[in-house]
Ligand binder design. Structure first.
Ligand code: M6R
Length: 608
């Protein structure tokens, strides 16, 4: 994630930048920094840790000037530290850059620059951009940034300034969000509208592939190829509370709608041009993957449900026996673990006490420990031998949504990486899966476009006190997560189980009008799940099915159908979970609950 800021106007830039960064801290807060121009020189201040450390530093050594840029960081390349904090400059300090996102080809660019004699002061991909802009600079910052961006691949937004051009700030959006706030004689750049909403209510939203040039004469937008763009200003009328949540009524809904961008970040730079998977932070020793005879997946709650998907896909794609175990169970079992076992510990926070204990037990017993986590610098990420960061960005709502979805994307990447090493794939199957994986963010977006239909169906759940979720295989894993979402925020009793299990007991609870949600995406067991629908329908259940948009059969069996875009069956969890998250959200919202902080729960469970 990361948050970026810029200011150009008559006022002192430092307090405005710091205030904006404080409002962007939800995007990351492991370090922060600003660069300010006083008309003659360009000065930088930055510090590891929360923004207050930077504020303390600036109290002692203020930076004076009326335009500047700022950054609050969520580490991706290089650990949180002073040297990795933004802004980054070229060695002579002529160009300063802040950046959000990932420069995918930064290693190649860095090697190219080092070969020409460049020295680097950080581990970041951002510093490469500062070098490139300086190398391309011939008196026009806009053109230098344009040429630098043409050499940099990835999904990012960046803001640059030059010592040589006081009063000018240039920014680019390549997928990562960026807005210009237009005030009275002053201009702001920010990763989101709320960061500067108390300064202005007029915004130009920068589109993908556009550059914006700010100077005392005003602002203008153009495309990367230099075509001028006319942009109407957006007038924003959110109140202060809405602003913090980006205009959404709750963080949960905001985070659900952030999922296409979050999945893009998870995938970014991890699929190479030839379609193979390259995982940063994962460096398996020779022979480990080839000789793997068992995989353990351990986690709690939503992360455990992501693990259930992992079990299915690892067994299907790799043919390696995989066990998904609740961490609080595994730590007190006597799990069969050897040197040819790999353990995947999944945790959004990387701090869940039970998950840490189970992960370390596996490691002590000789297993290679792989962490799949969202938080850079978390205990789990430090304990593990290898780490795959989900890059979902900070998740505020207790009910996990975007962290879960990015865990799934991470597991598909892992399955591909492991399968490539084990020679498990037929080339065309592999290519098809990679292609479909690349398109997932668009599919998630399409699933979100049906929000209004889900909200209508949600009305039918409001007065009920019991709900059941069923599915088979991957659909069962998703049903488990859909059920947890429903119970934790709506407080409706909810149970999930494999569709075939109903008739062994739970069917006794299904009576006239009982809502039953059926996830129905797996073609190999489709008819079997339809039989379970018949069983509950015969007892009067109100059946809501989650099914692909091209499923012409399902409407004959279910009372309501929540449609999802077509993806290969094996990838369905990434899209089928979306209507279930929205369903839980709308039911809880209609019941008037505290959605972001449900009763009795905590975001991070650091006690046993
Ligand atoms: O931080 P973790 O992923 O380790 O948290 C595990 C569970 O506490 C968590 O997934 C919990 O179930 C969710 N907040 C539910 O939405």
């Amino acid at each position: 994630m990361c948050g970026i800021m810029g200011y150009l106007g008559p006022k002192a830039a430092t307090p405005i930048l710091l205030d904006g960064l404080r409002r962007l801290e939800y995007r990351g807060y492991d370090s922060a920094g600003i660069a300010v121009h006083d008309g003659t020189s360009l000065s930088v201040a930055k510090a590891e840790g929360k923004l207050d450390r930077l504020v303390g530093q600036l109290d002692v050594q203020p930076l004076v000037g009326s335009y500047g840029i700022g950054h609050t960081r969520w580490a991706t390349h290089g650990p949180p530290s002073d040297r990795n904090a933004h802004p980054h400059t070229n060695p002579d300090g002529e160009v300063a850059v802040v950046h959000n996102g990932i420069i995918e080809n930064f290693t190649a660019l860095k090697e190219e620059l080092i070969a020409k004699g460049a020295a680097f002061a950080s581990d970041t991909d951002t510093e490469v951009i500062a070098h490139l802009v300086a190398e391309e600079y011939d008196g026009d910052l806009l053109e230098a940034v344009r040429r630098a961006v043409r050499r940099a691949e990835g999904a990012y937004a960046l803001v640059a300034m030059s010592k040589e051009e006081p009063g000018r700030i240039v920014a680019v959006r390549m997928i990562s969000p960026l807005v210009v706030g237009v005030g009275d004689g002053e201009m702001f750049l920010a990763s989101d509208i709320p960061a500067v909403l108390h300064h202005t209510r007029s915004f130009a939203v920068i589109d993908n592939g556009e550059m914006v040039d700010l100077s005392p004469d005003g602002w203008h937008i153009e495309t990367l190829d230099g075509t001028a763009v006319e942009r109407d200003l957006l007038e924003v009328d959110w109140d202060a509370e809405q602003a913090e949540r980006g205009g959404y009524p709750h963080f949960m809904l905001k985070e659900i709608f952030e999922q296409p961008a979050a999945a893009t970040e998870t995938l970014s730079g991890r699929i190479t041009e030839d379609g193979t998977v390259d995982l940063d932070g994962v460096d398996w020793p020779e022979g480990l993957v080839e000789n793997l005879d068992r995989i353990w997946i351990t986690a709690c709650g939503t992360a455990f449900h992501a693990g259930l998907v992992g079990k299915e896909i690892f067994e299907r794609l790799l043919r390696v026996p995989t066990e998904a175990a609740y961490a609080h169970e595994m730590r007190y079992r006597d799990p069969i673990i050897t040197g040819t076992t790999m353990t995947l510990a999944i945790s959004q926070s990387g701090e869940t006490a039970d998950t840490l204990a189970a992960a370390n037990l596996a490691k002590e017993r000789g297993s290679r420990l792989l962490a799949l986590t969202n938080v850079v610098g978390s205990t789990l990420s430090r304990d593990a031998d290898d780490v795959l960061f989900t890059r979902a960005g900070p998740e505020i709502s207790v009910a996990s949504t975007k962290a879960y979805l990015t865990m799934l994307v991470g597991e598909y990447l892992l399955a591909l990486a492991l399968g490539e090493r084990r020679g498990a794939f037929d080339a065309s199957d592999h290519a098809e899966l990679v292609e479909a994986l690349r398109h997932l963010p668009v599919k998630i977006e399409e699933a979100l476009e049906r929000d209004a239909e889900v909200a209508e169906v949600a009305d039918r759940f409001i007065g009920h006190e019991d709900v059941y979720f069923i599915g088979r295989g991957l659909d069962n894993a998703v049903a488990m997560e859909g059920s947890l979402k429903m119970k934790e925020i709506s407080y409706i009793h909810s149970e999930a189980m494999p569709a075939g299990e109903l008739k062994h007991g739970t069917l006794a609870l299904v009576t006239e009008g009982t809502p039953v949600v059926v996830v129905l995406t797996q073609s190999d067991v489709y008819d079997k799940t339809v039989s379970a629908i018949q069983e509950v329908k015969a007892r009067g259940a109100f059946v809501v099915a989650v099914a692909f948009e091209d499923d012409g059969e399902v409407a004959k069996h279910a009372d309501e159908v929540l449609r999802i875009p077509r993806v290969p069956d094996i990838l369905s969890p990434v899209v089928s979970i979306v209507p279930l998250q929205l369903l839980a959200y709308h039911v809880a919202s209609a019941r008037g609950h505290d959605i972001d902080q449900p009763r009795n729960l905590a975001k991070s469970v650091t006690v046993e």
